[in-house]
Write a new protein. Structure first.
Length: 95
């Protein structure tokens, strides 16, 4: 219960300001990968509650699918797959 509340507070405080998602635009590969790991963690733990953040997340994932680093692309695809499973629909038209 407390973890869920903590994650909701984290989500409310981080995502509207795009702090984590903006880090995915870093020139440093490690920073991009870590930002994606945080997003994946939030998706996995917030589940359907994360879908409210989908409009803010999709543009960043679309950019990351074109990244030169294959690990960044693979992590982006993992997150997209999770989001598609949660939403029950394909996100390809938005990417």
């Amino acid at each position: 219960m407390l973890i869920g509340m903590g994650l909701q507070i984290l989500t409310i405080s981080l995502f509207p300001s795009f702090k984590v998602l903006l880090r995915s635009r870093s020139e440093r590969i490690r920073v991009r990968i870590l930002s994606l790991e945080i997003v994946k963690f939030l998706v996995e733990h917030l589940r359907e509650d994360y879908l409210a953040l989908l409009p803010e997340t999709i543009p960043f994932l679309a950019e990351l699918l074109e990244d030169a680093e294959l690990l960044v692309v693979a992590k982006s695809q993992e997150i997209i797959k999770l989001l598609e499973e949660l939403s029950g629909e394909s996100l390809s038209q938005y990417l």
